[in-house]
Design a protein around this ligand. Structure first.
Ligand code: NCW
Length: 438
């Protein structure tokens, strides 16, 4: 059985959340609307019309939530800042919003829990969306100003920062498939958004170097193992293409200052110009990559699909998201990232949505324990294979608003009863508590 003591001494274990998914208090203390408030309040966009108005009410219950983290014995906590809470119009400061994050950070530090902050986990101020959102090149400078303000405000106490969470989702789910806010369906827009997200990232890293001399900054991407879904040679080719589009696209420019050739070709085809000066900003050196790993994705060559490929279902056991459980992919991708980019890594998210049932005050999520244990093993294997992996954040601390799926998917190691806002440690949390002592 894997033990905590098998990991390096300074390896950290934590949990992760995101502001819109847990905070609630959507209309309190001067918070402005984000694209997700508007999207989730638009009929048909989220399951059952669910929204983050109340969510886990973490805005009022953060002390209780930190107490639970302490009880489990977690070393660190990754959370995101709601940009529209601190800058309701995207630009001007809302002191009450800022005060909340000061209280949150102080409470974490008092409990010896190391804060990791994500600046952008998908909740763009709606006021900036009205100015063009991620399609407006100026967005990178708005983001830089917001980041600079937060570095100044919290950088004395918070030393680990992540600029963006999963820019692939913000650009492709937000602007191409339309599953996420703002719900556009336009490939050219997705390409522009992706580029502006990376520019925003680069600007924030530059600001970080000026403001926080003794901290570390990185970018978190969703990292998917892309595999061919059949044995046709064409499917191997499309798998490698999709891999470039999901993985290399958001890593290569940041380290090498270059998009993969296939992405460059797509920008050209769509008549979009990429400036060298942009690439220089995007490639401002970072300290680590954050890895959000959940699953593999199978693709096959499909001439009938305008994209040239289709997704297919694999036959491994799946989580409630329909995502295959594939721990080996975590090992493979960690080794791949190490070899290609030579940067320290954190697993900034890993976990599963399960068919959790609260029965007699208990949630017996043995599947989640098994999932975590297997992924812990692969993380350890990667460390032993020479990957500079520094920490592991479980998604998520508690059940929360799962975007387009609303409250129907439960990823937490803590169960949330949304009627009472009562929190109940699932068996996985109890298991983790023992693991962290081992
Ligand atoms: S949807 C998504 N998530 C979930 C969300 O709760 C969290 O905020 C995100 O950081 C859990 O972790 C991330 N990510 C999109 C992953 C897409 C994977 C698609 C695979 C099938 C094609």
């Amino acid at each position: 059985m894997i033990r905590r003591s098998d990991f390096p001494k300074d390896f950290i274990f934590g949990t992760a959340t995101a502001a819109y998914q847990i905070e609630g208090a959507a209309n309190e203390d001067g918070r402005g609307p984000s694209i997700w408030d508007v999207f989730s309040h638009t009929p048909g966009k989220t399951l059952n019309g669910d929204n983050g108005d109340v969510a886990c009410d973490h805005y009022h219950r953060y002390k209780e939530d930190i107490k639970l983290m302490k009880e489990i014995g977690l070393d660190a906590y990754r959370f995101s800042i709601s940009w529209p809470r601190v800058m309701p119009d995207g630009k001007n400061i809302n002191q009450k919003g800022v005060d909340f994050y000061n209280r949150l950070v102080d409470e974490l530090l008092e409990n010896d829990i190391v804060p990791f902050i994500t600046l952008y986990h998908w909740d763009l101020p709606y006021a900036l969306y009205e100015k063009g959102g991620w399609l407006n090149p100026d967005i990178a400078l708005y983001f830089r100003a917001y980041a600079t303000f937060m570095f100044n405000e919290l950088g004395d106490r918070v030393k680990h920062w992540i600029t963006l969470n999963e820019p692939w989702c913000s650009s492709f789910l937000g602007y191409f498939t339309g599953e996420h806010a703002p719900g556009h369906k336009d490939l050219q827009e997705a390409l522009i958004a992706a580029h502006n997200l990376l520019r925003a990232h680069g600007h924030a890293v530059q600001a970080f170097r000026e403001e926080v001399k003794d901290g570390k900054v990185g970018l978190t991407n969703v990292v998917m193992k892309i595999e061919p879904g059949d044995s046709k040679p064409e499917s191997f080719l499309v798998a490698s293409l999709v891999d470039k589009f999901v993985n290399a696209w958001y890593h290569d420019p940041v380290v090498f200052g270059k998009y993969p050739e296939e992405a460059v070709a797509l920008y050209l085809e769509k008549g979009l110009q990429i400036l060298d000066s942009d690439m220089n900003i995007i490639a401002t050196p970072i300290d680590f990559f954050g890895v959000n790993y959940y699953t593999r994705t199978l693709v096959i060559f499909d001439p009938n699909n305008p994209l040239g490929f289709s997704y297919v279902q694999g036959d491994l056991p799946k989580t409630e998201m329909g995502w295959e459980i594939y721990p080996q992919g975590l090992f493979d991708m960690l080794v791949y990232l190490k070899e290609r980019y030579r940067l320290p890594l954190y697993i900034t998210e890993n976990g599963m949505a399960g068919p959790d049932k609260l029965e007699n005050g208990r949630v017996q999520d043995t599947y989640r324990i098994e999932y975590l244990e297997k992924h812990f093993e692969k993380a350890l294997e990667a460390i032993n294979a020479g990957v500079d992996l520094k920490g592991y954040f479980i998604w998520s601390l508690m059940d929360n608003f799962e975007w387009a799926y609303g409250y129907s998917k439960r990823f937490g190691i803590i169960y949330v009863d949304y009627n009472t806002q009562k929190r109940i440690l699932k068996d996985s949390a109890l298991w983790l508590k023992e693991f962290l002592k081992s």
